[in-house]
Every structure is written in C-alpha cells, then in structure tokens.
Ligand binder design. Structure first.
Ligand code: FAD
Length: 461
C-alpha cells in the first residue's frame, strides 16, 4: 500500500460509520467469504457500510483511487459477483432495517437484508412480497435480477412489486427511482442486475399472505418420474395462480417422513405452496397425490416463514456449487428423458435439478415493461451441481454442463440472469434479451465509465 493510499484510507475511515476491513484485519477472512465456496477472491478493502452516506463515501473512494468495485448484498450470487480481487467491496450486510406500513400495504428494506429479514418484518403483519425459496439469499441481488418464488404465480416477479428504490449512482449521488422519478433508471433496476448503482433501500407493495399456508412435499421414486412429470405438465397448465408446484429431482435427503430405505435413493419431489385459504387449496392439491405411488409426503398448514426456510438445510453456505440454467415455455417428453438419464448418474449426493414453475402473474406484464424480459418463461430450470471436495470439481461441473447441453434443444433460449455462473459471459445478451440495447443506453447515462462492472455486465452504449 502506498503512503497516499494509506492517507486516503484514513480519510475514508474518518467519515465512515461502518467498518473498513483490510487484509490484515481479523474480520477479513470471514468478510471475504460468500455462499459459493468455489469463489476465492481477495479484495484490497471491504467497506462494510452502516448508512447511505457510507455507501456514497465508498463509491467516491473507488472512483478517486481507480479501484475495481464490487457490491455485496446477501453474497449468494453463484458467480461470486459480490466480491472482486484487489478492489473495494461495498458490503451492505449490516444494512438490514425493515419498515412495514400495513395500512398502505407498503414495506421498505435496506440493501443488505436477507429474505428472512424481510419475511419476518412483513409476516408480523400477515403480509409478504414474492421472494425466493431460500431465506438466507439477499433481497437486493434477487430483486435486481427479477426475483421469483412461491408467491410469483399469484403476485408476479419480485420486481413487479417494486415501488421505488434509493440508489447511490456512479456519480456518487443519492437518487430515488420510481415510476415518476428517474423512470429510466427504475426501468433498468428491475432486472438489470446491479449495473446501475448501489440500491440502499427498496420499497415494495405487499400482499396479504398466511401467516399459515398450505405447503409441503410429495415424494415419488425416480422409476415413476416420467409419468409424474407428464401429469405435472398437464396439472400446471390448468393450475390456478394461487398454487405453485415445483419439481425437484435428486437423491432423497434423510427426511423423517421417508422410510430409511429411501434415504439416498433417487427421487422426484413435488414441492408446493397454496397462497389462498388452505381449505380451498386442499382439494386442488389432491390430484398431486395420485400421479403414482408416493414414497411419502409432508404436506400441511404451516407458517409461511417456516416454508420459506424449509430448504435452507440443503442449501447451507460453504459448499462448492456450479449451476446451469435454461428457461422453458413448454416441457417436452424429450426433456423428461434427458433429466431422468442424468439423475441416474448424479456425481454427488447433493446435486439436484429443479423446475421452478412461474407463469401466471409473471407472464402478464409486457416484456419491455421492465428490464427483465422473459415474460414467456413458464418454468425456470436450475441444474445445481453441489459438492464439498475440490477434487470433485471437474466431475460435478462436467455433469452439469453435459446435462445442460442435453436439455438445450427443449429450452426457450432465454436464461435467468441470477442463475448465470462466472464463465457464462456469452449468455449475458440472452439473459437481458430484447431489452439489452435499451439497458446499454441507460447504462451510458448513469454509469458511463462502467464503475459497476463486477456483475453480469452491460457495457455502456
Ligand atoms: P450478492 O452476491 O450479494 O449480489 C448479487 C449481485 O447483485 C452482484 O452483482 C451484486 O453486485 C449485486 N448487488 C447486490 N446487492 C446490491 C445492491 N444493494 N445494490 C446494487 N447491486 C447489488 N433467485 C430467485 O429469483 N428465486 C429463488 O428462489 C432463488 N433461490 C436461490 C437459492 C439459493 C441457495 C441461492 C444461492 C440463490 C438463489 N437465487 C434465487 C438466486 C439469487 O437471486 C441470486 O443468487 C442473487 O444474485 C442473490 O442476491 P444476493 O444479494 O444474495 O447476492
């Protein structure tokens, strides 16, 4: 570190309410870890912000010192874009404050909060916004890429519920983006994935949900997977928006409702949530139990927040992960054959492939109504390679890539930006779809020098 840098770091620290973490600090090793353990980056400085003013200071510090800049929300992005080597990380993990106004059905949340933080605040009032299925994920990264989960068929993508955002721009200015203030920026934030500034606060429209919801799992053996998937396809074509059912193919975890003889065997699970009155949902889900001969089920009325955390034990931070993803507007029999073939050769017990059903309200806005373009997607598939030993990297990554290729002929061509890995730069245009050129124009206006570049990057036009 030069003397000049040391002086400037001292100046940054002087005005900083949060923590400035340097490589020789005790906190540094834990602060540079993200969800995906294959990411191993060494920033020069981690600015763990406490306030919007801290964020402004850190953005200006990056510019003044010509540093690469990364922004960390929940640190869950598979590509590790929350971190950078040698540059500065603006770490928002301490900025989690939530406020809910139940009367106006509005809620705000700061840029470093997790889904669990926001779910807890909104559910205290029996309200929620559609978020993802793993409660340790960051609200910020999820929202900026689009965001979908159990409530999306009913209430749309997360961005469809965004009312406004407080943003620190590349110029170091704090602006409010909404339908009427900086509407171009507001359009770009809703799917443009961290390219347009640091969002310090999101304001969402909330909906009555639960607090208890009908939800759970129905598990079938892999030998019945093709028939289950075919019936699932027909079922989802007619399902009401209130009902979300995803399919997950993997080895059975040691779940207490499954016989021990099933643990570790290949299965297909139907994971479901009904957003309305559980009594009305019961008859609707009955056919799901008759797709074959279930190995077991655990379906009932439970707190929405519990279901939001149900998959956390399978998705803990610290494992090695590699993803591949396609969008689908229809599910073809050929796809079912491919997925079953690859589940029979899982390279590790933690690997899985899921089909997340969106559709419903996610398909109603026009594809150019916000940066998120994939309004034709009914299903988002994720091939989740997951393992612990670095010696298995090649085998597990190879499996994910091979199945990705085998399933490509049945896909719609688009891809969800939040599921892209670091080596998929060639898919960035597919991720932003028809909205890429407009995004590049807005990028030129708000970030002409591409200060926010450690993301699925949009080059300024
Ligand atoms: P980070 O790694 O912190 O950030 C991701 C990107 O957003 C980075 O480029 C970062 O620079 C940028 N960013 C973060 N915070 C800000 C901010 N405040 N302002 C500006 N830019 C910012 N997605 C779904 O839609 N639905 C799901 O159900 C779902 N399930 C998931 C489950 C798991 C276990 C994981 C790991 C991911 C899941 N995802 C899901 C994907 C998730 O949406 C992305 O990984 C998302 O990027 C995570 O956001 P984050 O804030 O945790 O990530």
């Amino acid at each position: 570190m030069t003397k000049l840098q040391a002086t400037r770091i001292a100046a940054l620290k002087g005005n900083f309410r949060g923590q400035v973490i340097l490589p020789d600090d005790d906190l540094y090793e834990s602060a540079r870890k993200v969800w995906n353990a294959t990411i191993d980056k060494h920033p020069a400085l981690i600015a763990r912000c406490a306030t919007t003013s801290d964020v402004v200071g850190a953005v200006n510090f990056a510019k003044d010192n010509g540093l690469v800049l990364a922004v960390r929300g929940g640190g869950h992005n598979i590509a590790g874009s929350a971190l950078c080597d040698d540059g500065i990380v603006i770490d928002l993990s301490q900025m989690k404050a939530a406020q809910v106004d139940a009367g106006s059905l509005r809620g705000t949340i700061e840029g470093g909060a997790t889904l669990a933080d926001f779910d807890a605040a909104t559910q205290a009032h029996g309200l929620a916004v559609p978020l993802g299925i793993n409660s340790t994920t960051g609200v910020a990264g999820l929202t900026l890429g689009g965001g979908f989960g159990w409530l999306s068929r009913k209430y749309g993508m997360t961005i469809d519920n965004l009312e406004s955002a407080e943003v620190v721009t590349a110029a170091g200015e704090v602006v409010r983006a909404s339908a009427t203030e900086h509407p171009d920026l507001f359009w770009a934030l809703r799917g443009g994935s961290g390219n347009f500034g640091v969002v310090t606060r999101f304001e969402f429209r909330l909906h009555p949900v639960g607090p208890n919801v009908l939800s759970g799992l129905i598990v079938y053996p892999l030998s019945e997977a093709k028939a289950v998937l075919q019936q699932y396809r027909e079922f989802m074509a007619k399902a009401p928006d209130e009902l979300s059912v995803w399919t997950v193919l993997r080895q059975a975890p040691p779940l207490p409702f499954l016989s021990e003889t099933v643990h570790g065997k290949e299965i297909i699970a139907l994971a479901l949530l009904y957003t309305g009155d559980p009594k009305q949902g019961e008859p609707l889900i009955e056919p799901l139990r008759k797709f074959g001969t279930p190995l077991g089920e655990h379906v009932g009325v439970q707190p929405y927040t519990a279901w939001q955390q149900a998959f956390n034990p399978l998705l803990t931070p610290g494992a090695r992960n590699y993803w591949k993803s396609h969008n689908f507007s229809v599910l073809d029999d050929g796809l079912f054959e491919a997925v079953i073939e690859y589940i029979k050769k899982l390279p590790s017990p933690q690997c899985e492939i899921f089909f997340g059903a969106i559709g419903g309200a996610t398909m109603r806005p026009a594809p150019d109504s916000a940066a998120y373009a994939h309004r034709d997607a009914r299903f988002v598939m994720n091939v989740h390679g997951r393992w612990t030993d670095p010696a298995d990297d090649e085998r597990c990554i190879g499996w994910a890539r091979d199945y990705f290729k085998a399933s490509a002929p049945f896909a719609s061509g688009g891809v969800y930006v939040n599921f892209l890995t670091a080596d998929e730069g060639d898919r960035v245009k597919a991720a932003y779809g028809q909205n890429y050129d407009r995004l590049a124009q807005i990028k030129r206006k708000y970030d002409p020098t591409n200060l926010f570049s450690t993301n699925q990057n949009i080059q300024p036009a």
